[in-house]
Design a protein around this ligand. Structure first.
Ligand code: NDP
Length: 256
């Protein structure tokens, strides 16, 4: 492998789940800039087309594949369709996720189920469907989006925290099972980023003040700041990195 091509993604195809906005869209754009062909996923085809148009205006071509990551049959069929119609998926960014805030003693069962299904089951469903194609090729990269909440608890989000803790350990388990097939499976754990998921927190000055005080970098993250880590974990530069969770959190988990 040529050292100046270590981070190149030319000739690779990446499927990014939950890529109609926020972190997923930023990572997809970043992978494309390094040469990857990208496939954007989300549930809403209209929103995906808007993202596709936005990228086209920047000179970036993107394919779209609308499916619900919680629906295992749809996941298997969509992965098969991408592989047949477009070609091999070399990189999977397992990013789709949701948040729900409520007092734990009153946390509704339906929201618990929705969180487990979207944030945890989907990571297994999509990774398994993609790995079944990667394993015979003996090559592939899977990046599961974890969270600072894989490491730290915060009030009001215990079920979300449970899903992200589980994704961290699922990542290590996948690496343990699939590294022998030359698959690299790692986690990328964002701190606090200004996306729609956090719109209420961004608008809450008290929360932002707490965040600035709690985070060594003393600010919110910008989604573009996740691209470097995503490119590293998707490229040949990470060929012997497996089961690692890379924190991109302004130092929040480094400090008490
Ligand atoms: P956003 O709410 O901005 O975007 C979420 C994306 O996921 C959308 O594209 C949404 O599209 C898609 N999505 C949601 N449910 C499904 C589903 N069932 N099937 C397919 N796609 C789905 O979130 P963020 O960008 O903030 O978060 C992205 C990931 O990063 C999540 O896993 C989140 O937990 C994680 N994270 C975020 C942090 C932050 O500070 N923002 C911090 C740590 C982790 P649509 O609704 O159209 O389906």
């Amino acid at each position: 492998m040529s050292e100046n091509k270590l981070f190149s993604l030319a000739g690779r195809r990446a499927l990014v789940t939950g890529a109609s906005k926020g972190i997923g869209l930023a990572i997809a754009r970043g992978l494309a800039v390094q040469g990857a062909s990208i496939v954007l996923n989300g549930r809403d085809a209209g929103r995906l087309k808007e993202a596709q148009t936005q990228l086209a205006q920047e000179g970036i071509e993107a394919e779209i594949s609308a499916f619900d990551v919680t629906d295992q049959e749809a996941v298997i069929a969509s992965v098969k369709d991408i592989e047949t119609r477009l070609g091999p998926i070399d990189i999977l960014i397992n990013n789709a996720g949701i948040q729900h805030r409520a007092p734990l003693d009153q946390f509704p069962r339906k929201d618990w189920d929705r969180l487990i299904s979207t944030n945890l089951n989907s990571v297994f469903f999509v990774a398994q469907a993609v790995a079944q194609h990667m394993i015979p090729r003996q090559r592939g990269k899977i990046v599961n989006i974890c969270s600072v909440q894989s490491e730290l608890a915060r009030p009001g989000i215990a079920p979300y925290t449970a899903t992200k803790g589980a994704v961290k350990m699922l990542t290590k388990g996948m690496a343990t099972d699939w590294a022998r097939h030359n698959l690299q499976i790692n986690g990328l754990a964002p701190g606090y980023f200004e996306t729609e998921m956090n719109a209420a927190l961004v608008a809450d000055e008290k929360f932002s003040a707490w965040l600035r005080q709690r985070t060594p970098a003393a600010r919110w993250g910008k989604v573009e700041e996740l691209i470097g880590a995503a490119v590293f974990l998707s490229s040949d530069a990470s060929s012997f990195v497996n089961g690692h969770i890379l924190m991109v959190d302004g130092g929040i988990t480094a400090s008490v």
